[in-house]
Design a protein around this ligand. Sequence first.
Ligand code: IPM
Ligand code: MG
Length: 370
Amino acid sequence: MSSDTASRLERTFKVVGLPGDGIGPEVYASACQVLAVMEEQFGLRIELDEQLIGGAAIDAGGSPLPQATIDACRKADAALLGAVGGPKWDGNPADKRPELGLLKIRAEFNLFCNLRPIVTHPALHGFSPIKPDRLANVDLMLVRELTGGIYFGKKWRKDGQAEDICSYNREEITRVTRAAARIAQQRDRRITLVDKANVLETSRLWREVVHQVIADEFPDVQVENMFVDAAAMHLLSRPADFDVMLTENLFGDILSDEASMLCGSLGLLPSASLNEEQFGLYEPVHGSAPDIAGKGIANPYAMLLSVAMMLRHSLGCNREADALEQTIFSCWNDGILTVDLVENGLGTREITETVCQRLSSHDSSRRTAE
Ligand code: IPM
Ligand code: MG
């Protein structure tokens, strides 16, 4: 095989597309358009296999995560998800809720490590409710444990009483700590462990295990402890001080929505959910936003930044990820924004077209930072 053929084959990837509900299909369509340009511009081949999840899957066959979707993901390098959920399914019983599709795919593929980068961009400082002087140099990586804790513990409800058990074991904490420490080693080598160790036994186990793993395996990484209530405050009062924030499932869910306000809009935050192999699920942090679904005004940037994360973390295409991110930042600099940020903002389609145009004129022979 010639090395040319080999490198072409190497750059063929299988991605499962999961448009989902609400604005999910709109931002997913934006991702498909951008991926088509990336293929052309950078000589990649991305085979998209579209499957059902969430409310759309319940409507089609009763289950929020059909077996066909699981099977397709097993054969893929990555999955790209729009969003799940909506008022249509609000009255459904617990086992027929769209969100269950998301929780099940996280559990099925062991996607324990959820990365939510929070990076402020100077062109968007004015859109954050936080004072601009706090927003300079904010670049933090929230590492959220995603397959344990109160989300996955035993739940019951009977006779006016209910319980959700929060449980963690040493292995679950160890593997996400290792992932966070490896990320910290690529950055400023500082981890803030966020917990509620003054009250919760699970948090006390987290502290013990995290400090042990770091001391034994990552002596070059520093760990500081912070209670979650204080972290919620410091995230707004001095966000630039954080490097990597490591926390459990529920705290990470709450803190990531809070942190999105630093960037200006929840519509700007991407995420990656990873396991110990290369496979990852990539999705915007925002939900299905049923109030604006179908109007063509959804902010596609969180989804497009999720595509960049997919290129980097599961497909190993760093140069392409950089090019896509730089194109997005150039759009922000030029005020190419949706209505969640500016009055008379542009629609999803117009923004997507601008991104595509700029990408097609991107000089793909230029080496961007890797
Ligand atoms: C998120 C979402 C999900 C979560 C919901 C939709 C189940 O809020 O990914 O942050 O709570 O994990
Ligand atoms: Mg959330």
